[in-house]
Design a protein around this ligand. Structure first.
Ligand code: FPP
Length: 243
């Protein structure tokens, strides 16, 4: 059986893949379980996809793990997601180091509970000198929050007279986003059949290729990830120009 992995042209890999991991709740409900069971199984897919990205040589993998809107979910679900995050980070830090993976985080991290923020910063610190895949967790993240935050920072500097309106360029805006040191995604994957962006990386996906799959996140495996890369490699990217 030929696999999608064999079909990947490693000379034309996407540098950055971002994923909206959707469908955990539906996956669990369809099996008669609580939504949290779906999130627990979603961690298996996080591990698979991180491994697949690292072994393929992808530079950046960004996972939308918790949006600013997710704070509005029932308290038990929010608490369970935070616990899962802490547990996973704790358990996986040695594996990240073993595989040369560097952990990064984007979002309004000041809203995370203290124990989650502490574990996250500790793992970021312990993996900071790794030079392979950069795994970026979007936590308490939303694009509108991020863009508002950038406007505030730029406005503050302008009010102090440090910058003028004509100094505002694409580069200056990008430098004030939480993704400031991360290249824009080449490919954005969303699972579970929904075809929306849900407040994710709106500035950064201006020229990103979009890929939607009906699989729910807990069913998403390495082969699905490789299939998305193969589909990406069929696209003709023109960035608004002609070929
Ligand atoms: C979306 O499914 C998923 C989330 C909001 C959370 C994703 C979290 C994980 C996979 C686990 C923890 C992650 C890490 C990085 C350790 P949904 O609940 O919106 O599903 P639904 O649309 O079917 O309701």
């Amino acid at each position: 059986m030929s696999s999608f992995k064999e079909k990947i042209d490693i000379s034309r890999l996407p540098k950055h893949i971002a994923i909206i991991m959707d469908g955990n709740g539906r996956w669990a409900k369809e099996r008669g379980y609580d939504r949290i069971f779906g999130h627990q199984n979603g961690v298996v897919s996080v591990r698979e996809v991180t491994e697949a990205a690292a072994e393929t040589g992808i530079g950046y993998l960004t996972l939308y793990a918790f949006s600013t809107e997710n704070w509005g979910r029932p308290m038990e679900e929010v608490n369970a997601l935070m616990e899962l995050l802490i547990d996973t980070i704790e358990k996986e830090t040695p594996t990240l180091n073993k595989n040369n993976v560097r952990l990064l985080a984007i979002g309004d991290l000041s809203r995370l509970p203290a124990n989650a923020a502490k574990k996250l910063q500790s793992c970021i610190g312990q993996t900071s000198s790794n030079t392979g895949l950069s795994l970026v967790l979007a936590l308490s993240y939303s694009s509108r929050w991020e863009i508002k935050d950038a406007i505030c920072k730029i406005g503050f500097e302008m009010a102090k007279g440090n910058i003028k309106p004509e100094d505002v360029t694409d580069e200056l805006v990008a430098a004030n986003l939480t993704t400031r040191d991360i290249p824009d995604p080449d490919l954005l994957i969303r699972t579970s059949g929904e075809t929306r962006i849900s407040n994710f990386l709106l500035w950064q996906i201006a020229y990103t290729e979009l890929y939607f799959t009906p699989s729910h996140w807990p069913d998403f495996r390495k082969e699905n990830f490789f299939e998305a890369i193969c589909d990406f490699q069929k696209r003709d990217r023109r960035f608004g120009k002609t070929n």
